[in-house]
Design a protein around this ligand. Structure first.
Ligand code: ADP
Ligand code: ZN
Ligand code: ZN
Length: 763
C-alpha cells in the first residue's frame, strides 16, 4: 500500500515535520505530491500537504496503525523537487515545516479546517474577489502625443506602454496612483483601455518608434564576457552561479534579457527577482517587449485574485518567465533553467519573518536541485557572493565573477569629492560645507538638478535638554524621540508613538526630566536639510522625500513629478532616493552626512554604508551632462567612505573581508541571532539564559561559538523587552537544524523566541 508523507497545517512547535498516512484504496493512483489533503489528526480533521509518496515500507512504520487520508482538497501545487526544497528551507532556517511549504502554494487561498458552531469541522477558503479583465495600450493619439517635459507620470506611463500593452492591475501595482493620469490620457486618445479576450494578448499593437529602446547594436566587451560565462553555465546545467559585477548602467539588464532568451530557446523557464522598489512599469515593460505574454508578474501590491491568475498562468505553462519580488522564487515554473537575482546585495532578499530565508541562498539550492543556473547582478555585490567567487565555489557549486566596469552608454562615472567635516561645526553653522553650498548654488543657477541624501527623517533625531542633558526617550521603547518640526511632534521611530509639541521653539516646551524650557535639537534630519536648502536657494523648488511625505498612494510619484517639472529643483531624501532614480538633469549629488549608518554596532554597517554611498553616487550624471558628487563626513578616513571617493571598491572589499575574517563574522562563518522578547523582563531573561546554557552544553565542537546572552541594542520595543544570543558556526554547518532542536520547548507563556539563521538584523 502507498504511504503519503504529509505536512500538517497546524500551528504548534512540537509538531513533527511530516506524518505518514495511508493512501486508501479509493484514492489509489490519485494522491500526488503537492496536493492539499484532509487527514485525521488526533480527534480532529486537519489540512495537510503531501510532500512525499512511497511504497517501500520503513520497518519502523507499523502500517496497521496508520490512518488513511480522507480526501483530496486541491490539485497539486508543487512537485517533488519543490517539496525537497521546502523541507530544506524548514531545516536550514529553523522554521515550522508548514511555513516553508506554504511558500509554494497558490497565492490567496489556503484551505483551513475550522470548528463550526455545532462542533463539526468545516473547510473554509478565502474569497479572492473579482479579477480585473482590462488591459491598457497606446491609442491612435499616441503617435502625435509628446508628454510635457514636466509630466513625469505621463512619460513613465507612455514609455512603459510603448513596449506593449500591460494589464490595468499590473500598472496599478507598479505605478501607484496611476488612475488619474490614465483617465486624462484616455480622454485624449493617447491610451486605450480594453477588455482582454484571453491571457494571450500579443506584443506591441502600437509602438512609438522613438520611445522604444531598440536592441543594442553591439554588446560591450563586459557584456560579451558575461554572456559567454553564463552560456557555459547554462550548458553545464549543474547549479553554477555567475556573479555579474557591473556598475550602474553597464548593461546588466541587457545581459539578463539575452540569457533569458537563450534559456527559453532551450525550452527552459526562468525567474527574475528584482527588489520590489525597482519593479516599475518600465522594468516590467522591458521584459514584456522582449517576451510578450510569456511574462508573469509577482508583486505584493497585486490583488490576491490577480496574483493567483499570474501564478496559474505559470503553472499551466502559458508564462515561462516570472518577474517579481522574493516570492517569485517559489512559482511553479516548468523546467526551470535560469534564475536571475538583480541587485543581489539588497537586504530585502532576506525575509525578516518566519520563514527567515535568504532568497540568494534558496535560489542557489533551487538551481542545484533543478540542474539550472543562477545569475546574480549588482554594482556592489555582497561580501558573501564576492568571497564565494574568490573561493571558486560554495557548497559544491561553482561561483564565478564577471566584471563590467564601464557604462554601456559611454556616460562617465561622476567625480566624487570628500569633505572632512571635523572641526567645522560652530553654533548656528549650516549643515552644508562651503563646497556643497557652492555646488548647490551653481547647479541651481545652471538650471540643473540636485539630490541630497540624509539618512534620517524628521528635523532632528533627538532633543537634548540644555540644563540637565537628558534626551527624551519613548516610554515604550529604548529609543530617543525624533523631533518633527512640520508636525510639531516628537515621534518614536520604533513604535510610532507621537507626542504633540507646542510651536517650536516655545518657552512652554519643558524637559520631562528637570522641567527646563531649553530643549535643543542638535541633530540633522530631512526636515532641517529641507529648511536649509530653502534658505540657501529661496526660489528653488525643494522636494522632500521620506517615509513622512510618501505614505499616501501615489505620493512618491507625485513628488518625483514635481522634482522633474522645474529646472534647478532639489530633492532631499532618505535612502529611498538612492535607488532607481533616473533623471538626466541631475548633475549634483550631495551626501549631507555619510556617517549616520557607519556608527551602528552592526558588523555589516560598513558594507551598508558603502553600498548606499555608491548607489546614490550613481544618480548623478546619467546622461550627457557630467555629474559630480560631494560627500560630507566626520569619518572620511573610514574605508567605507574613502573608497567611494577614490572609486576603489576592491580595496574596500579587501579591508572589510579581512576585518570579517579576523573577527570571525560572515561571510567566514554562519551567524544566527536568537531573540527572546516579552512584556515580562524576568521571563525573557530566564528563557534566553536557558537557551544559551543549552547551546554551550551542546555546541557540536570546533568552530561553534556562543556569544551572549545580552540585552539587544533595541532593548525595548512596544513595551516588550528584548534579549538575544548569537551563535557562530562553520560554513556548511547545519546551524538551523541544531537550533531548532535546542530551542524545543522554550518560549511560550508570554515570551516569543525568534530564530534568525544567517541574520541580517542583529540589533
Ligand atoms: P544596468 O542594468 O547595468 O543598470 P541597463 O541594462 O539598464 O544597465 O543599461 C543601461 C542603459 O544602457 C540602457 O539604456 C540600455 O538600453 C543601454 N545599453 C545596454 N547595453 C548597451 C549596449 N551594448 N550598447 C548601447 N547601449 C546599451
Ligand atoms: Zn532637563
Ligand atoms: Zn516607542
Amino acid at each position: 500500500m502507498a504511504i503519503a508523507s504529509v505536512v500538517l497545517d497546524i500551528h504548534t512547535r512540537s509538531l513533527e515535520s511530516a506524518y505518514s498516512y495511508l493512501v486508501p484504496e479509493d484514492l489509489e493512483g490519485e494522491v500526488e505530491v503537492g496536493q492539499a489533503v484532509l487527514v485525521p489528526f488526533g480527534r480532529r480533521p486537519a489540512v495537510g500537504y503531501v510532500v512525499g509518496l512511497s511504497v517501500t515500507l520503513d520497518p519502523k512504520v507499523e502500517v496497521e496503525r496508520l490512518r488513511p487520508i480522507e480526501r483530496i482538497l486541491a490539485k497539486s501545487a508543487f512537485d517533488e523537487t519543490s517539496a525537497e526544497l521546502a523541507l530544506w528551507i524548514a531545516r536550514e532556517y529553523a522554521c515550522p515545516t508548514v511555513a516553508a511549504v506554504r511558500l509554494f502554494l497558490p497565492p490567496g487561498s489556503l484551505p483551513k479546517a475550522r470548528k463550526a458552531d455545532d462542533g463539526s469541522w468545516e473547510l473554509t477558503s478565502k474569497n479572492l474577489g473579482a479579477l480585473e479583465g482590462r488591459w491598457v495600450r497606446l491609442g491612435e493619439g499616441a503617435r502625435e502625443f509628446k508628454p510635457r517635459a514636466d509630466a513625469y507620470r505621463q512619460r513613465e506611463l507612455v514609455d512603459a506602454l510603448s513596449k506593449g500593452p500591460l494589464r490595468l492591475s499590473e500598472l496599478k501595482a507598479t505605478l501607484p496612483g496611476v488612475a488619474p493620469t490614465l483617465r486624462s490620457l484616455e480622454k485624449r486618445g493617447v491610451v486605450e483601455v480594453f477588455e482582454g479576450e484571453s491571457e494571450l494578448v500579443r506584443s506591441p499593437a502600437t509602438t512609438l518608434a522613438s520611445a522604444d529602446a531598440p536592441l543594442p547594436e553591439r554588446l560591450t566587451k563586459g557584456q560579451e564576457r558575461a554572456l559567454a560565462t553564463i552560456s557555459r553555465a547554462l550548458g553545464r546545467g549543474d547549479g553554477s552561479v555567475v556573479l555579474v559585477d557591473g556598475v550602474t548602467g553597464s548593461g546588466k539588464t541587457e545581459v539578463y534579457l539575452e540569457v533569458i532568451e537563450a534559456a527559453l530557446a532551450l525550452g527552459r523557464g526562468a525567474i527574475v527577482l528584482v527588489p520590489e522598489i525597482s519593479l516599475t512599469p518600465q522594468t516590467l515593460g522591458r521584459f514584456r517587449s522582449r517576451f510578450g505574454d510569456e511574462v508573469a508578474l509577482m508583486h505584493s501590491r497585486l490583488t490576491p485574485a490577480e496574483r493567483r491568475r499570474q501564478w496559474m498562468a505559470v503553472r499551466e505553462g502559458k508564462a515561462r518567465l516570472v518577474v517579481g519580488a522574493r516570492s517569485a522564487l517559489f512559482c511553479p515554473v516548468r523546467d526551470l533553467g535560469l534564475v536571475v537575482i538583480d541587485e543581489e546585495h539588497e537586504f530585502t532578499y532576506k525575509q525578516e519573518q518566519a520563514p527567515r530565508y535568504h532568497a540568494r541562498d534558496v535560489a542557489a539550492k533551487l538551481v542545484q536541485l533543478r540542474r539550472a543556473s543562477l545569475v546574480l547582478g549588482s554594482a556592489t555585490p555582497s561580501l558573501e557572493s564576492l568571497k564565494r567567487c574568490q573561493d571558486g565555489g560554495y557548497l559544491g557549486a561553482s561561483w564565478e565573477r564577471v566584471r563590467m566596469p564601464e557604462r554601456a552608454t559611454g556616460a562617465l562615472l561622476p567625480d566624487v569629492t570628500l569633505v572632512d567635516m571635523r572641526g567645522t561645526h560652530t553654533e548656528g553653522s549650516s549643515v552644508f560645507s562651503p563646497e556643497l553650498a557652492d555646488a548647490l548654488r551653481e547647479t541651481h543657477r545652471a538650471g540643473e538638478k540636485s539630490v541630497l541624501l540624509i539618512n534620517r527623517r524628521g528635523f532632528s533625531p533627538f532633543l537634548i535638554c540644555e540644563d540637565c542633558g537628558c534626551v527624551p526617550e519613548c516610554p515604550h521603547c529604548s529609543s530617543s524621540l525624533t523631533y518633527h518640526a512640520r508636525r510639531r511632534e516628537l515621534v518614536c521611530h520604533s513604535c510610532g508613538s507621537i507626542w504633540p509639541l507646542k510651536p517650536w521653539p516655545d518657552p512652554t516646551s519643558l524637559c520631562p526630566h528637570c522641567g527646563s524650557r531649553y530643549l535643543r535639537a542638535p541633530g540633522v534630519g530631512t526636515e532641517r536639510v529641507e529648511d536649509e536648502v530653502r534658505m540657501l536657494l529661496p526660489d528653488a523648488e525643494v522636494i522632500r522625500m521620506d517615509a513622512d511625505t510618501t505614505s499616501g498612494a501615489g505620493a512618491h510619484q507625485r513628488l518625483l513629478e514635481r522634482f522633474d517639472a522645474k529646472a534647478g529643483s532639489v530633492l532631499v531624501g532618505t535612502q529611498m532616493i538612492a535607488k532607481g532614480l533616473d533623471f538626466p538633469e541631475v548633475t549634483l549629488v550631495g551626501v549631507v552626512n555619510a556617517d549616520t549608518s557607519l556608527k551602528l554596532p552592526d558588523f555589516r554597517a560598513a558594507e551598508r554604508t558603502y553600498d548606499l554611498l555608491e548607489q546614490v553616487t550613481g544618480r548623478a550624471g546619467r546622461s550627457r551632462l557630467p555629474g559630480r558628487v560631494i560627500i560630507q563626513s566626520y569619518w572620511s578616513t573610514h574605508p567605507a567612505v574613502a573608497c567611494v571617493a577614490t572609486k576603489d571598491r576592491d580595496s574596500f572589499v579587501a579591508t572589510e573581508l579581512e576585518i570579517r575574517r579576523e573577527s570571525q563574522y560572515p561571510p567566514y562563518v554562519r551567524l544566527a541571532n536568537i531573540t527572546a522578547s516579552g512584556i515580562d523582563a524576568r521571563r525573557v531573561e530566564t528563557t534566553i539564559a536557558e537557551l544559551a546554557r543549552r547551546l554551550r552544553e551542546a555546541a557540536p565542537g570546533a568552530g561553534w561559538q556562543v556569544v551572549g546572552p545580552a540585552e539587544c541594542l533595541r532593548a525595548k520595543v512596544r513595551d516588550r523587552h528584548r534579549h538575544h544570543v548569537l551563535v557562530k558556526a562553520p560554513l556548511g554547518a547545519s546551524l538551523g537544524e541544531a537550533l531548532f532542536d535546542l530551542a524545543r520547548g522554550l518560549g511560550g507563556s508570554g515570551v516569543s523566541l525568534a530564530i534568525d539563521v544567517d541574520a541580517y538584523e542583529v540589533l
